[in-house]
Design a protein around this ligand. Structure first.
Ligand SMILES: Nc1ncnc2c1ncn2[C@@H]1O[C@H](COP(=O)(O)OP(=O)(O)O)[C@@H](O)[C@H]1O
Ligand SMILES: [Mg+2]
Length: 310
C-alpha cells in the first residue's frame, strides 16, 4: 500500500483562483522525507492542512496509509502529527511543559506523557534546555521544541510546514541533521522554499507552482525531465559563448552559467581548460531544475475560474 495517494485534489477558498488545482501525488510506502517545494503562495500550506485533516478540499481525494483524509479524519489523526507553518512554542512554558501538555491533549497518561516529553527533547539534542522558559531560547531551539513535540507521540507520519524558514544557516543545518536522523523511523512530509534543504534531505520531491504539481519523483527523476542536465559556471568575468545545445544564464553577480547536455558540457570544459578559465561543472542542482520547471508560464493554462471572466 502506498504511503500517500492524492487524486485530483482541488481547493478554492472562494470563487476565482484555485489554491490547489487537481493535485495528484503518489508516495510509496517507506519512511523518509517527502519535500513539497514551491514559492510563497504556491499552495503548500493548503495541501498540508488538507492532508492533516484541518481543512476540507473542494473536490478530489487523498489517502494516507490507505486511510481517507476526508472520510476518516479521526482514524488518521491517531497516526499523524503536524507542526503548522505559524506554530510557535508558548513563551511562558518550558519545552518540557509544552511537550507534556501536547501529549496529555493527545490522550497519554501523566506518567507516560512525562517520560515521552523528556525522551523526545533529548532525541532533538535539547534535553539541557527542557526546564528553561521558551522565551529565553534561541530561534533554532524553539523550532526543535516543535519537532520534539510531534515526534513525542506514537504518530510516525509527521507534517512540517516550512520548519526552517527564518532560521540562521547554523541552526538550519542543525535541524537538518536531526531531520535526517528522524526520517529513519518516520515519514516526514516537509514543505520548504529552500531548494538546498529539499536537495539535501528529501528522498522524493514534488514541485508545486500556482496550485499545480509541475513534477514529482526522486532528484534523479526530476533531473531527467530537464533537457540540459549539466551546468557549467564560469567563475571569472570571462565572456563565454552561448552553447549550441543549451542555455546561458547571467547571474546577478556577473558569472555566466551554461546549462547543456553532458556531451557539450565536456566539450566546453575542454575549451575552458585550454584557455585557463576557472569554472565548475556539475550535474544540475535542484535550484536549476526548479528554475527550469517553474518559469514556464502556468497562468495561461486555465488556472482561473471561467465564471470570473463571464
Ligand atoms: N484562508 C484563505 N482564504 C483565502 N485564500 C487563501 C487562504 N489561505 C491561502 N489562500 C490563498 O491560497 C493560495 C495558496 O496559499 P498557501 O497554501 O498558503 O501557499 P504557500 O503555503 O505555498 O505559501 C494563495 O494564493 C493564498 O493567498
Ligand atoms: Mg505556506
Amino acid at each position: 500500500m502506498d504511503r500517500l495517494v492524492v487524486t485530483n485534489l482541488t481547493k478554492r477558498y472562494e470563487k476565482g483562483k484555485f489554491a490547489l488545482n487537481r493535485v495528484s501525488l503518489t508516495v510509496p510506502s517507506s519512511n523518509g522525507i517527502f519535500a513539497l517545494i514551491g514559492r510563497n503562495g504556491a499552495g503548500k500550506t493548503t495541501l498540508v492542512r488538507i492532508l492533516a485533516t484541518q481543512l476540507s478540499p473542494t473536490s478530489g481525494s487523498a489517502h494516507i496509509n490507505g486511510i481517507d483524509v476526508v472520510k476518516e479524519p479521526e482514524k488518521l489523526r491517531e497516526i499523524i502529527a503536524c507542526v503548522p507553518q505559524e506554530a510557535r512554542a508558548i513563551n511562558w512554558t518550558t519545552p518540557k511543559q509544552f511537550v507534556y501538555a501536547y501529549l496529555l491533549w493527545r490522550g497519554y497518561s501523566f506518567k507516560e506523557a512525562a517520560k515521552r516529553a523528556v525522551d523526545s527533547l533529548k532525541r532533538l539534542g535539547i534535553g539541557g534546555y527542557m526546564d528553561t522558559a521558551s522565551r529565553k531560547l534561541s530561534g533554532g531551539t524553539k523550532r526543535k521544541v516543535l519537532v520534539a513535540t510531534v515526534i513525542s507521540s506514537e504518530a510516525k507520519i509527521i507534517f512540517l510546514d516550512e520548519p526552517t524558514t527564518g532560521l540562521d544557516p547554523l541552526s538550519r543545518n542543525e535541524l537538518w541533521e536531526k531531520l535526517a536522523e528522524l526520517k529513519k523511523d518516520h515519514f516526514i512530509f516537509l514543505t520548504t522554499h529552500y531548494l538546498e534543504e529539499a536537495e539535501k534531505l528529501a528522498d522524493r520531491i514534488a514541485i508545486l507552482e500556482n496550485g499545480k504539481i509541475m513534477a514529482q519523483g526522486t532528484l534523479d527523476d526530476l533531473r531527467k525531465m530537464v533537457k540540459y542536465p549539466y551546468s557549467i559556471t564560469v567563475l571569472s568575468q570571462h565572456k563565454v559563448q552561448k552553447p549550441k545545445n543549451g542555455e546561458m544564464i547571467i547571474g546577478v553577480d556577473g558569472h555566466s552559467q551554461i546549462l547543456t547536455t553532458e556531451r557539450e558540457a565536456k566539450e566546453i570544459a575542454r575549451k575552458l581548460v585550454g584557455k585557463g578559465v576557472k569554472f565548475s561543472m556539475n550535474p544540475i542542482s535542484l535550484d536549476d531544475i526548479f528554475y527550469h520547471i517553474v518559469r514556464k508560464p502556468v497562468e495561461e493554462e486555465g488556472n482561473y475560474d471561467e465564471e470570473e471572466w463571464a
